[in-house]
Design a protein around this ligand. Sequence first.
Ligand code: BGP
Length: 477
Amino acid sequence: MNGKFPQNFLWGGATAANQVEGAWDEEGKGPSIVDAIPGGKQRLTIVSSPEFDFSLDPQRFTYPNHKGIDHYHRFKQDIALFAEMGFKCYRFSIAWTRIYPNGVEETPNEAGLAHYQQVIDECLAYGIEPVITLSHYEMPLKLATEYGGWKNRALVAFFERFARTVLERFGDKVKYWMTFNEINSAAHFPIMSQGLIVNSGALEPQAKFQAWHNQFVASSTAVKIAREVNPQIQMGCMILYATTYAWDCHPINQLTALQSQQAFNLYCTDVQAGGKYPYYAKSLWKKLGVELSIEPGDLALIADYTVDYIGFSYYMSTTLNETNPDVDSAQGNLLGGVRNPFLEASEWGWEIDPVGLRIALNQLYDRYQKPLFIVENGLGAIDKPDENNYIADDYRINYLRKHIEAMAEAIDDGVELMGYTPWGCIDLVSMSTGEMSKRYGFIYVDLDDNIAGSGNRYKKKSFSWYQQVIASNGADL
Ligand code: BGP
């Protein structure tokens, strides 16, 4: 396994503003959708209920994202730990609400810009490349409650202003960017992803597909701005990729897997990386009763400003059984489907499949021939610290090791892979549960599900393991 990874391979880790920063109402920051979404195991169910109305009601709910892990104030300490692990890059997101608190202002909040300036400078001081997601599961709350989220075309201009502000301010120092986190995940989490509110009927395919169209236009606009600001910038898209298997060789099950692959895994990337709506789009829209409103110039913009690389998250694969969907249903696998008898699953039912990652890398490279960047991967687990706050997280090391081996195999297959930023490199608030106890980090953060605790940081066993992986450029696993 020697010398598989290119010398400039971007080893690092990933977080998102809403899951780490806290300081949700400090220094001019406005409320974001996630600030109005309560924590707790039922989080995804609650936000999908027609009664849920985004009312900020601290009496009814707790909001762990309001405090996060206080990365907003402790970023220097955290980045120092990332540097100690040898990170070549750090993926984080800019909270839109720190720059334009309600999304609609004409001038940006300088305090917010100053904060990210410091974060970027801190990274660069250690030789760590910032990798910035423009929008990671958040948007100004007002844009969801008053404008109806991304289904409203008005968001394109609001986003353009935000993207232009941060690209013009930081584009000379930051080379790697991404537009929307897991843009395709709106199929499952339209509130987090597109700010679509349930009780307005917004979860209909019509709303999601129109929202996607508006996001595609916004994403290409960001690519265009980036090219103008600094041609060196590499702008990526970001999708949730779940390698999709048919249960068996029944032709109907094979067809179902193919169509799910198109509709879920590839639809957004076909547009953002391929530059046009794919051939199957029309039949998909027809089947779902979708009629898109496309403005003159949209398709030309999408064609002219495709992304430079494909960022994606990979946690699990999914297995579909159309002919007998009730067989061994994969309760708990985030994306549904049936349980794959050849795979083990995490405590949350996410099926662990490193070979599936090699398949994903080959499928994506085969289709687009653009560099790939794995910007999320990891094992959510309940860590039990000993009396010295040490965690021997061999389960996490095993998960990551197998996935890195799969990456090396894919590089051998000929795939062009730019980098790897495991998710939640420091423990953070989970997206699906809104809790701390589902942890991914190399660094333990002493906080419980109510964000009570010292907040102290402790190195897990995986910390020194990953340090050695990076030092050996992936040879010593
Ligand atoms: C991805 C999101 C992240 C993150 C991760 C892990 O879908 O981009 O924001 O949270 O999944 O998910 P969870 O926190 O639910 O375990």
